[in-house]
Ligand binder design. Structure first.
Ligand SMILES: Nc1ncnc2c1ncn2[C@@H]1O[C@H](COP(=O)(O)OP(=O)(O)OP(=O)(O)O)[C@@H](O)[C@H]1O
Ligand SMILES: [Mg+2]
Length: 268
């Protein structure tokens, strides 16, 4: 398995099996990004099927975040095409992609320090629903939608707490809560465990697993915790110098000599 599986023709795991007759949720073809004369992302092609969990690994600077920026529309591609549910979104703005059900979290924290957990979620709900947002507060003072998301992310007991006093794991959960308000079908998670203590990793892993397995969301996730990735991912993609070095089932990727050379060469 030395070449990337760019067409996803290999048999996926049962839980990632595409629905009969359905196309990929996400399709990239020869996607490239050049900035300041440097090619950061180079000819990346792959398909992601409905309900699949695709993990990305690769040395620092390999282009993982840059690729997520292209898929979510934060940066425009220099070359190639991106399709979501069969629709060409290559030139669409980030907000339009979000409206189609594509949501992402960021590698660095994107929270407002003094703002409470519940206010973060409520602000996201207002942004998601725009002018149609209606506040029907429950007896505890929180709108149903906010309370529901806080319960799913196990943050209900922290609803009135400012974001800056949360633990790192709770901050990462809050970022997921903000994302979940928009009920994205396709979630791009960029290092959701970054900065999280070892004790908090299992709970965060279980939350991400439930968003994928129980709620049926399709997930693309960059992560450096290999044990987490091997536990969660249906397939594993390796990025190296902006290219997709490998894309296959996790164990096949780990056994691949080219991947091992790339990792050993970079001293990861
Ligand atoms: N806006 C930009 N302008 C110029 N170079 C950039 C820009 N954004 C990223 N780069 C460069 O592109 C390369 C890839 O960066 P990127 O953040 O995508 O890597 P990464 O795989 O996410 O790394 P990490 O594991 O450290 O998060 C790096 O060399 C980075 O300096
Ligand atoms: Mg990154």
């Amino acid at each position: 398995m030395a070449t990337p599986d760019t067409t996803s023709e290999s048999a996926p795991a049962d839980r990632s099996a595409p629905r009969p007759g359905s196309g990929p949720v996400l399709r990239l073809r020869d996607v490239g990004w050049t900035v300041g004369g440097a090619t950061i992302v180079d000819s990346v092609s792959f398909d992601v099927h409905d309900g699949e969990f695709l993990a990305f690994i690769g040395p620092n600077g390999a282009g993982k975040t840059s690729l997520f920026n292209l898929v979510s529309g934060i940066n425009p591609v220099s070359r190639g095409s991106i399709a979501l549910d069969g629709a060409d979104i290559t030139r669409e703005a980030a907000y339009a992609r979000a409206r189609r059900g594509l949501g992402r979290t960021f590698q660095t924290s994107s929270l407002w320090p003094g703002m409470t957990v519940a206010d973060h979620v409520e602000l996201a709900a207002q942004a998601a629903e725009g002018g149609s947002y209606r506040v029907w507060r429950r007896a505890d003072g929180y709108p149903r939608q906010v309370a529901d998301v806080l319960a799913r992310t196990e943050l209900a007991h922290r609803a009135g707490t400012p974001a800056d006093v949360l633990s790192h794991g709770e901050k990462r959960k809050l970022e997921l809560a903000v994302l979940l308000v928009g009920e994205p079908r396709l979630m791009l998670l960029d290092e959701p465990m970054a900065g999280v203590s070892a004790e908090e990793v299992p709970a965060l892993t279980e939350l991400i697993r439930s968003l994928h397995r129980d709620e049926g969301r399709t997930v693309l996730m960059v992560e450096h915790h290999m044990d987490v990735l091997l536990d969660l991912a249906d397939r594993l993609a390796v990025m190296h110098h902006g290219t997709l070095l490998a894309l296959d089932r996790p164990q096949a990727v780990m056994d691949d000599a080219t991947v091992q050379r790339a990792y050993l060469g970079e001293g990861l």
